[in-house]
Design a protein around this ligand. Structure first.
Ligand SMILES: [Zn+2]
Length: 141
């Protein structure tokens, strides 16, 4: 019974993850992207979900608009409330943390190739299983 409930919860998690937030630029979720940049980090054509602002710009300007930052060459969003602002700031901080963690994880990974070792172990395991199967057959006779 426990296995049935576990698989059901796994399925619901999977469906919730169909939309993935870009942790390097989480505030793209708060605008509608009309035209994606052809290369990573380029300018995108976007429209704000909270006001009629539509602009072709980099992510920095999107952040400046939503987080009410001045002097970034873009107007501040007039419809972002204090609650939304603090939520977005938390989200940005959380994602920055995730980016930092993923960086350190990548650096600490060993670069030595271990694929040959793994293949060898699998082969041995298969041989052992095959041998056991033969013995069992003989004993049964
Ligand atoms: Zn706006």
């Amino acid at each position: 019974m426990s296995s049935a409930s576990a698989s059901a919860s796994a399925a619901s998690v999977e469906s919730a993850n169909t939309h993935t937030t870009d942790i390097k630029a989480p505030l793209w979720d708060h605008v509608t992207i009309l035209e994606r940049p052809k290369t990573g980090g380029g300018n995108a054509l976007w429209r704000c979900k909270y006001c009629p602002m539509q602009k072709l710009s980099s992510y920095t300007r999107v952040e400046a608009h939503l987080l009410q930052k001045g002097r970034q060459g873009i107007g501040k969003c007039p419809n972002v409330t204090y609650e939304m602002l603090s939520d977005m700031r938390k989200e940005v901080e959380r994602c920055k943390d995730l980016v930092e963690r993923s960086k350190t994880r990548t650096v600490s990974l060993p670069t030595a190739p271990s694929s040959s070792n793994t293949a060898d172990t699998n082969k041995k395991k298969q041989e052992q299983e095959g041998a056991c199967f033969c013995i069992g057959k003989k004993l049964g006779h």
